[in-house]
Design a protein around this ligand. Sequence first.
Ligand SMILES: [Mg+2]
Ligand SMILES: [Zn+2]
Length: 442
Amino acid sequence: MIQPGARAVFLDRDGVLNQALISGGKPGAPRTVDEFVIPPDRAACLEELKRRGFALIVVTNQPDVARGRQSIAVIEEMHRRLQAALPVDDVLVCFHDEADNCQCRKPRPGLLIEAQRKYDLDLSRSFLIGDRWKDVDAGNAAGCRTVFIDYNYSERGPSTEPSVRVSSLRDAVDWISSRGMNKEELLPHSVSDFKVKLFADGADKAAMLELYRNPWIKGFTTNPTLMRAAGIRDYEAFALDILSSISDRPISFEVFADDPDEMYQQALEIAGWGENVYVKIPITNTKGESALGVARELSRGGVKLNITALLALDQVRDTANALDGGAPACVSVFAGRIADTGRDPVPVMKAAAELVHQHPGMELIWASPRELFNLIQADSIDCDIITAIPDVLKKLSLLGKDLLEYSRETVQMYYDDARKSGFTLTGKARSQVAVGPVRGVK
Ligand SMILES: [Mg+2]
Ligand SMILES: [Zn+2]
């Protein structure tokens, strides 16, 4: 799925994704499906761009159709194979020849403009990768940055300068991934740019159902404190009510017993509420006694767990070891609470991610985020999940926002609020305060 405002990499086809047929030093399109060969390194290159949040759109001239030398059916079969082999989002084709004077034939930017309209792409943050002059000129005409893979064909070069010249698709991808974007552009601009999964933390039914409508909320967590704040009296009735609406995304419910045996019984009961239920078990009870013995037994017995309230790396190590080989589990580290003590949570979370990822089926949760920037931090250290309260999620719309524009809006807010409050100055105090030129300076 392509998010509105996404950046794209436009990819030429022949010579970039599949082998071109070289004749007389010039590249041509393969004529048969058998000649349509995708070299093995292409998939990894495109996967990397996909991971960086780019929409991948193939834009290709196939004039042999207009010239009567190729059928649309053969080209469509090639593109079925292309889309099966590579993670491309769409393939846009111009079937015309020069004489048709169409808008879609490169070097005209028609195909790129068509993709922009179809998917609401941000062309100014997009790239084109091509191996011929027409590709580069089309990319530049559309306002994209352009990467020219120069195979030294015996033909003219681009009439507009490419942003960079490289000698392979690998180099093109490396350039886009690093030097092609400045730091500012590497900032995620939409939720789709994140690898870390967003979970919503809450206990308010209406708010949870509202968030459930967003496909980018991948799961839910609750806790007794949030439930108390939401005025919930009947824990089980609340949980079953929520589960009747949310049954296809993970959701955590916490045990509230302090005694190990009771904790175990509650966990079994909560696990029985639904396939998507994770039972939340605090790392210790109120006496500071480890709950990992109980957790290990439950995990081995197939109960999905979310071990919660961890703050120290030793706790992460012990938890990961205790749950090794059991049911799928989450390890929930309260990064926000670590930060509240004046410690930087990032190195702790990075080390925690490395520990947790040694165990298949185990995921690390960045819990208690305090600000939107924590999403970027969690994403950058390969944390699997971040849980956020609605106040933090609301700020997602600010991702990548222009700072000068945000500054102006802030001033607007002060102005509007002062007006709404009807503030005025009367001039009464003026005579009592020294204003104007500072006295004593001649
Ligand atoms: Mg080409
Ligand atoms: Zn065309």
